[in-house]
Design a binder for this molecule. Structure first.
Ligand SMILES: Cc1cc2nc3c(=O)[nH]c(=O)nc-3n(C[C@H](O)[C@H](O)[C@H](O)COP(=O)(O)OP(=O)(O)OC[C@H]3O[C@@H](n4cnc5c(N)ncnc54)[C@H](O)[C@@H]3O)c2cc1C
Length: 535
């Protein structure tokens, strides 16, 4: 194999939410050299930067890993489509831009699970450090950080009606889900800057950062494995255009491939459950049974009504003139409808009437169409609901030793605890909100499900037939105490049993936060970057 002669202090394997953050923060120190390696291309497509083109980004051929889960027993053996970003910015370049940190209780829960130093008071400074908040000035928010967080420049009238409907259903109005409490309904804040997506790449890999002498970025380059010398990581093997070469790390390899790819890279390198590695014919460098375990995701149920008006977004003839006018407006001003992230408003509720929520809503002023036909021609409204803290746990396993093959993704949705019960309770709340009078002049006919479920068996059948991912996989290299055999990394991301090797991304979250996962991933990277800079 070719030795490229390239060596750096740190090699970072993936330029997503975590990898972009780390590369930027580490290279603020001119004495630290970093090589940031990304499997996907540069992030120069309009579909990344124009918020309303989110559907194009989610289904794009080359910005996306296009994963599928294994058949899910509790979802009528359906395979669920899992898009993940494959470009600079990773999934933050194709996500819905909703800025949510989760609740204070989530980080207290992490600490109890062994992630010492990740309690709310420990993580808040890093959320603030990353943030450039455009509206709110209080102790929860930061200003001047790289990640711009703003109100949406455009709210569809139906998104405003959702907030009214939520209040009519008994939920409080909430103008800041990242403040004291998440409960209630309101507009989401988004990771957008001047009407464009503010991905982790936009935030952390500005032109000035990219020009730093101590930062090298390789795109279209796949990390196929970590070079292990016994239990010590020395560098990585990468593939470009069918050729393999080695890139060496003088200090450490930082694995930032996300919740699916990070455990895959570790296992391909001989780090993981020994039996599985031997079954795959891989020699074991470090036996860590937790690698690829503890997979958690938010499962989503969507309730939709067709609309009486053409106020909602749809690929319809009636909407075309307005859309064309808005496209021109966006081109010249970066304002208007094309700044919409689709999920403009939403909220949090407790299905049990408690103070902490167990359900999150995303309202979309459009019919979110069936899979395979993502762009609906029919006008209407959709309310997504998902269980914030599922009990179900799944796995990532290798399917082959070829790094270009997708691993086996088995989230084991709805296989544990009260997940189905809470999923149904959330869907019922969603239907109740859409049936409030605020939507009387819009609601035409029930579209999804096509007829109202009459009892819990029918609700269950609906969930099994229609539930999809809300795109938040985490936990497959979980952070925990040394005494926890299933923990993969310590509270600085160091892989137990290995040297010179860390995992720093959504894979190390021990448990799902009650909310979306981009901001928490960036917080993790900010926090561990500080540790690395201090060391
Ligand atoms: C469609 C969608 C919508 C979402 N909506 C929201 C939202 O509105 N709000 C929110 O907070 N969160 C949202 N999320 C989730 C959020 O974006 C992710 O949790 C977060 O980006 C994860 O960050 P990460 O660094 O762990 O992984 P990623 O950002 O996925 O980064 C991993 C990077 O590593 C690269 N990589 C992987 N393997 C290799 C390899 N072998 N070699 C080289 N490079 C590699 C990948 O290409 C990718 O760029 C959404 C996600 C998706 C997919």
């Amino acid at each position: 194999m070719e030795k490229s002669g390239e060596d750096f202090d740190y090699v970072i394997t993936g330029a997503g939410s975590a990898g972009a953050t780390l590369a930027s923060r580490l290279t603020e120190d001119p004495d630290i050299s970093v090589c940031l390696i990304e499997a996907g291309p540069k992030d120069n497509r309009a579909s990344i930067h124009t918020p309303a083109m989110i559907v194009d980004a989610i289904y794009s051929d080359d910005l996306n890993w296009h994963y599928e889960t294994t058949p899910q027993a509790e979802l009528n053996n359906r395979q669920i489509y899992w898009p993940r970003g494959k470009t600079l910015g990773g999934s933050s370049s194709i996500n819905a831009m909703v800025y949510i940190r989760g609740g204070q209780v989530d980080y207290e829960a992490w600490e109890k699970l062994g992630a010492e130093g990740f309690g709310w008071n420990d993580v808040l400074p890093y959320f603030r450090k990353s943030e450039n908040q455009q509206r709110i000035a209080d102790q929860f928010h930061g200003h001047g950080g790289p990640l711009t967080v703003s109100d949406l420049g455009y709210l569809n009238p139906l998104s405003k009606a959702f907030v009214e409907a939520g209040v009519q259903s008994g939920l409080p109005r909430n103008d800041d889900f990242n403040g004291q409490s998440r409960l209630g309904v309101g507009p989401y804040q988004v990771t957008q800057r001047k009407g464009q997506r503010c991905s982790a790449a936009k935030a952390y890999l500005s032109d000035a950062v990219k020009k730093r002498d101590n930062l090298t970025i390789h795109v279209d380059t796949l990390v196929s494995r970590i070079l292990m010398d016994g239990t010590r990581a020395r560098g990585v093997v990468v593939r470009t255009g069918g050729q393999e070469r080695e890139i060496m790390a003088r200090r450490e390899v930082l694995v930032t491939g996300g919740a699916i790819n990070s455990p895959q890279i570790l296992m391909l390198s001989g780090i993981g459950p020994a039996d599985h590695l031997r079954d795959m014919g891989i020699s074991v460098a470090v036996d860590r049974p937790g690698v690829g375990e503890n997979l958690q995701d938010h499962l989503d149920t969507a309730i939709a009504f067709t609309g009486k008006t053409n106020r909602s977004y749809a690929y319809s003839l009636q909407a075309l003139p307005k859309q064309m006018a808005e496209a021109v407006r966006y081109l010249f001003t970066k304002k208007g409808m094309l700044t919409s992230n689709a999920a403009e408003t939403g909220g949090f509720a407790s299905t049990k009437g408690e103070d902490e929520p167990d359900i999150q809503f995303h309202f979309v002023p459009a019919i979110v169409a069936a899979r395979g036909e993502p762009k609906s021609r029919v006008h209407g409204i959709t309310l997504h609901s998902y269980v914030l803290y599922p009990d179900s746990r799944g796995t990532i396993r290798l399917n082959s030793t070829n790094p270009e093959d997708h691993p086996l993704i088995d989230p084991r949705y709805l296989t544990a605890g009260h997940d189905m019960e809470t999923q149904i309770a959330g869907a019922k709340m969603a239907l109740d909100i859409l049936e409030q009078s605020a939507f009387d002049d819009e609601r035409k006919a029930l579209h999804n499900p096509q007829s109202r479920p009459q009892n819990d068996d029918e609700w269950q059948a609906f969930v099994r037939e229609k539930a999809e991912t809300l795109f938040h996989p985490i936990g497959t290299c979980k952070m925990g105490a040394k005494t926890d055999d299933m923990a993969v990394v310590d509270n600085q991301g160091r892989v137990y049993g290995a040297q010179g090797l860390r995992v720093i991304d959504a894979a190390i979250m021990p448990r799902l936060v009650g909310g979306n996962t981009n901001a928490p991933t960036i917080m993790i990277a900010e926090k561990i970057a500080d540790v690395l800079r201090a060391g």
